[in-house]
Design a binder for this molecule. Structure first.
Ligand SMILES: Nc1ncnc2c1ncn2[C@@H]1O[C@H](COP(=O)(O)OP(=O)(O)OP(=O)(O)O)[C@@H](O)[C@H]1O
Ligand SMILES: [Mg+2]
Length: 464
């Protein structure tokens, strides 16, 4: 109708007028989010990449799919030119993924081509504050959480080619399955550790306010096989932190130590195992040049060193020492405030056993052997590792538990025999020392009598 009633020139004029009105009344703002900002990667770009793959709808026509050899899941990304719409608190946000090919360097050599990739985020101008102040931080946060979920944890160890290739970290995927749920340890202690970790990761601002390095130190001690290494893995799996296993005995120079510590990433756990053995490092020398002089590196010295290094980077770090012999440690290390928490990993308790039985044998109710096992566990020292090994021997619940009862009885007997032996030895020692004491008392008496008689005879020679 409009076509027929309104002449062409007027129609064109009217249309452009309407467009103009709409344009001035709904001004748009477009944020350009480039892949890199200067030398470093743009975090908003990386977050958008991750976040947007959850927003792909049926209108999206092309997506990129990939999977790294060690990745758990498929990675999905938008393809060039694709658009999508997101909503945040009623605001419409239009995303577009673009790239420009700049072939300035050498058009014949594709490796020199630098592709510039970026997102455009368009929305109504009036939401500028909200988008910059809330939506973009929200995207960053969501992406972080998603990356954590998919993240494959790494375990870093020192490479073995040292000193020929220079010392450096080598990583493998951390596939230790230990979690707090599968770990047999005192329930209250376990809760205390989890609470401590939760508090720690939440308190960045607090640490900053009080001027402390944002780090937490744990000392795990207990006999071999009580789950110290498993607890480290459980902590890493819980926090999604990588683990750096620092074998101090392999680090000969302090400059290497500094380099290695600087080479650890944020959100990581530095573990130094068996510190009682590492303390007496036999041969820590400066080998630079021809000069060689001993370098005494004590663990508390190492802690100070780490404190200094880490307080300047403001990252989240956890340091864990493990030992089988707490009593052999440098007292400076045990001083209050040195390590934030001392965690004792003890022999298997009845509670620990029940957890292992439910994990290994799927027993969730009572079993007729439980009473006997409970009594035996009170009188024996057996590690959770040993119990776990026994429970793995058979898939049949009765056979496995009978095996465990046998093991506990044997242990108890050994313990009793050992106690009896100790008792016998101490009794023999007591007897021996008793005899010796009696002997020496007799001897002393003899000497004393001789002396006094000599003295007397000296004073009264006539009497003798
Ligand atoms: N508390 C526990 N809960 C569950 N499983 C455990 C526990 N302790 C030990 N285990 C089992 O025994 C194995 C060995 O334990 P782990 O290496 O954690 O002991 P550790 O205390 O680090 O010993 P070491 O002092 O010799 O290094 C683990 O892989 C795990 O299967
Ligand atoms: Mg261990």
């Amino acid at each position: 109708m409009a076509n027929e009633l309104i002449p062409q020139p007027v129609r064109g004029y009217l249309l452009s007028g309407i467009k103009y009105i709409f344009k001035t009344h709904s001004p748009k703002l477009t944020l350009v989010i480039e892949e890199s900002s200067g030398m470093s990667r743009n975090q908003v770009y990386e977050a958008a990449e991750v976040y947007l793959c959850t927003k792909i709808s049926s209108n999206t026509e092309r997506i990129r799919v990939s999977k790294s050899p060690k990745g758990k899941n498929l990675t999905i990304r938008l393809e060039k030119g694709e658009k999508l719409v997101d909503f945040y608190e009623g605001i419409e946000l239009k995303w577009k993924f673009l790239s420009t090919d700049s072939k300035q360097n050498n058009p014949n050599d594709p490796s020199l081509r630098s592709e510039k990739r970026y997102f455009e985020l368009t929305f109504h101008m009036m939401h500028k504050e909200k988008v910059l102040g809330c939506y973009v931080p929200y995207v960053l946060e969501r992406a972080d959480a998603m990356k954590d979920e998919e993240r494959v944890l790494k375990m870093y160890t020192l490479n073995s080619n040292y000193p020929y290739n220079g010392i450096k970290w080598e990583s493998i995927n951390l596939e230790h399955p230990a979690t707090f749920e599968t770990l047999a340890m005192d329930q209250e202690l376990k809760n205390a550790v989890i609470d401590d970790l939760n508090r720690f990761v939440k308190r960045k601002e607090f640490y900053k306010k009080v001027g402390r390095a944002w780090k937490r130190g744990y000392l795990l001690y207990g006999p071999p096989g009580t789950g110290k290494s498993s607890l480290v893995a459980a902590m890493a799996n819980y926090l999604k932190f990588d683990v750096y296993d620092l074998q101090l005995a392999n680090v000969l120079r302090d400059s290497d130590l500094r380099k290695l510590l600087l080479g650890t990433a944020n959100r990581s756990i530095l573990v130094i195992e068996d510190i009682d053995c590492t303390v007496d490092l036999p041969d820590r020398r400066h080998t630079d040049g021809k000069k060689q002089h001993d370098v005494q590196l004590t663990l508390s010295g190492l802690l100070n060193f780490i404190d200094g290094l880490w307080s300047s980077c403001g990252d989240e770090r956890i340091i864990i020492f493990t030992t089988n012999h707490k009593d052999r440690l440098d007292p400076a290390l045990l001083r209050p405030g040195r390590m934030d928490m001392h965690i004792h990993m003890s022999y298997c308790t009845y509670h620990g056993f029940k957890l292992l039985a439910s994990n290994y044998l799927d027993i969730h109710n009572h079993h007729h052997l439980y009473g006997e096992i409970q009594d035996l566990l009170k009188e024996t020292e057996v590690t959770p590792a040993h119990v776990a090994e026994e429970l793995m021997k058979s898939e049949d619940v009765d056979t496995a538990l009978e095996g465990l009862v046998k093991l506990l009885k044997r242990k108890k007997l050994e313990g009793d025999e050992c106690e009896a032996e100790v008792e016998k030895k101490t009794a023999a020692k007591r007897q021996k020392t008793g005899n010796q004491q009696k002997k020496s008392v007799r001897k002393n008496r003899r000497i004393a009598t001789k002396r006094s008689s000599k003295r007397l005879s000296a004073r009264n020679p006539n009497l003798y």
